[in-house]
Design a protein around this ligand. Structure first.
Ligand code: NAD
Ligand code: UGA
Length: 463
């Protein structure tokens, strides 16, 4: 089968950037990214590429270079499926909020919808690629739907999980550590693997393109996220002990990270990891293990989430305790709302949970984030359903300027590791705050000694 056209279902944080990079590196291919969400598609098609729906360093330039040439964003889902030889499924796979597996299992309803739509529309053989993160053995369900509801055409299903991290998506896509492709061990399966390998080989060295069976590929994605999150929970699990004993977590991380077996990456202590995937993927892993009766395996991985929840809670508690056990009526200013720097994504951000706890204590929360606006902040809080939208709106205010956000505050909490925060004129912020002026550095990005010299009462994480 000659590959000329690709369709990607899902124009989100993965579908958009991934397809933009494929389009840039494969000018001989035509790529259409489709989505049911008209607003999102319109934003991807905005004349000014600075207004595309996702902020990612370097992304708008790649979109400007390719869009309208060989990269298209559309809501004509069926047409794009029909014309393509390869269809990537890149839709969301959130945690189920109902029924069996509620709060743990992955909700596969969007995946199933895609499979049914592909089956209905396809009039010739297609390669269907799982790009979304899926429970191990999902390909079996997709295949069953395709084979039983299709028009008699052949489908090959590949698992090709995405490992990009937000904030560095373009560079991760351009220089991936590896590309993982799982496929059937049959001759047809191997041909499909080859077709996808040939696409990536346009810019990724062949020795970095790893092929496995489908189940190993599906499980490797969940495992990679579980290991990464586990490292953060492991270092965070020691922060409380550092605070009790006078050890400094930054020094401990440096000391252990120099052991080449441990390595220095992903050892930054923090207020807790956020993002759309770590929590949902680990919960999914836990659910799968439990469903096979593997209770010790499930409990082992669940602890990573328990530790992360504890870290967020303990941060909010520490603010209250330090501010003389009451924050009622006090202004607490947040620097950062996004779940990490260089993204406008706020899903599962620690800031949401800390704000929620502080509002429960009747604090007035003021927020500055360079990429997140008031509407998003309020919708994140409303999503928790702790209180009414009106109450959230009455207790949280966002500012376009960090100095205004901190004006008159009793405490500042640094919740995202945006680099600009470390370069502010902190003396100016100090002068405009209530005294004593507290700073809670949830990312350890400020210089403790300098902050203390200015006059701040400084609290880092484990330092
Ligand atoms: P997202 O929510 O940003 O985007 C998903 C898009 O799919 C949405 O715009 C939604 O409207 C669309 N969609 C859902 N059902 C559809 C349908 N039937 N037809 C057309 N469009 C449909 O999600 P995301 O962050 O891009 O994540 C997608 C998948 O990739 C998830 O499984 C996630 O676990 C995985 N993943 C995400 C990241 C990341 O950094 N965000 C990294 C690696 C893997
Ligand atoms: C993560 C993985 O890194 C990607 O490989 C994966 O593809 C993706 O999940 C996914 O499947 O969605 P992402 O969540 O975008 O990527 O960002 P990370 O850089 O992993 O950061 C996650 C969270 O951990 C952030 O809140 C970050 O601030 C926090 N973190 C990270 C720490 O607290 N300490 C660290 O040392 C590293």
């Amino acid at each position: 089968m000659e590959i000329t056209k690709i369709c990607c279902i899902g124009a989100g944080y993965v579908g958009g950037p991934t397809m933009a990079v494929i389009a840039q590196k494969c000018p001989h291919l035509t790529i259409t990214v489709v989505d049911l969400n008209q607003e999102r598609i319109d934003a991807w098609n905005d004349e000014n590429t600075d207004n595309i729906p996702i902020f990612e360093p370097g992304l708008s330039a790649v979109v400007a270079e390719t869009r309208g040439k060989n990269l298209f964003f559309s809501n004509a889902v069926e047409k794009a499926i029909e014309e393509a030889q390869i269809i990537f499924i890149s839709v969301n796979t959130p945690t189920k909020t109902y029924g069996k597996g509620k709060g743990m299992a992955a909700d596969l309803k969007y995946i199933e919808l895609c499979a049914r739509q592909i089956a209905k529309v396809a009039k010739d053989n297609k390669i269907v690629v799982e790009k979304s993160t899926l429970p191990v053995r999902t390909a079996e369900a997709i295949k069953s739907i395709l084979d039983n509801t299709g028009n008699g055409v052949q489908f090959q299903i590949l698992s090709n999980p995405e490992f990009l991290a937000e904030g560095t998506a373009i560079s991760d896509l351009l220089h991936p550590d590896r590309i993982l492709i799982g496929g059937d061990q049959t001759a047809e399966g191997q041909k499909a693997i080859q077709a996808l390998t040939d696409i990536y080989a346009n810019w990724v060295p062949r020795d970095k393109i790893l092929t496995t069976n489908v189940w190993s590929s599906e499980l490797s994605k969940l495992t990679a996220n579980a290991f990464l999150a586990q490292r953060i929970s492991s270092i965070n699990a020691l922060t409380e002990l550092c605070e009790k004993t006078g050890a400094d977590i930054n020094e401990v991380a440096r000391a252990i990270g120099m052991d080449s077996r441990i390595g220095p990456k992903f050892l930054k202590a923090s207020v807790g990891f956020g993002g759309s995937c770590f929590k949902k993927d680990i919960l999914n892993l836990v659910y799968i293990a439990k469903s096979y009766g593997l209770n010790e395996t499930a409990a082992y991985w669940e602890q990573v989430i328990i530790m992360n929840d504890h870290q967020k809670k303990r941060f909010a508690d520490k603010i209250v305790k330090t501010l003389y056990n009451t924050v009622a009526g006090k202004k607490i200013s947040f620097l950062g709302w996004a779940f990490k720097k260089n993204t406008n994504d706020t899903r599962e951000s620690a800031a949401i949970y800390i704000a929620d706890d502080l509002i429960n204590e009747q604090a007035a929360v003021c927020v500055y984030d360079p990429k997140v606006n008031q509407k998003k902040i309020l919708s994140d809080l409303d999503y928790l359903e702790t209180r009414s939208s009106q109450e959230n709106a009455a207790n949280v205010q966002s500012f376009d300027n960090p100095f205004e956000a901190c004006q008159g505050a009793h405490a500042v909490a640094v919740l995202t590791e945006w680099e600009e925060f470390a370069h502010y004129d902190w003396k100016k912020i100090y002068d405009a705050m209530q005294k004593p002026a507290f700073v809670f550095d949830g990312r350890n990005i400020l210089n403790k000694k300098e902050m203390q010299k200015i006059g701040f009462v400084y609290h880092g994480i484990g330092s």
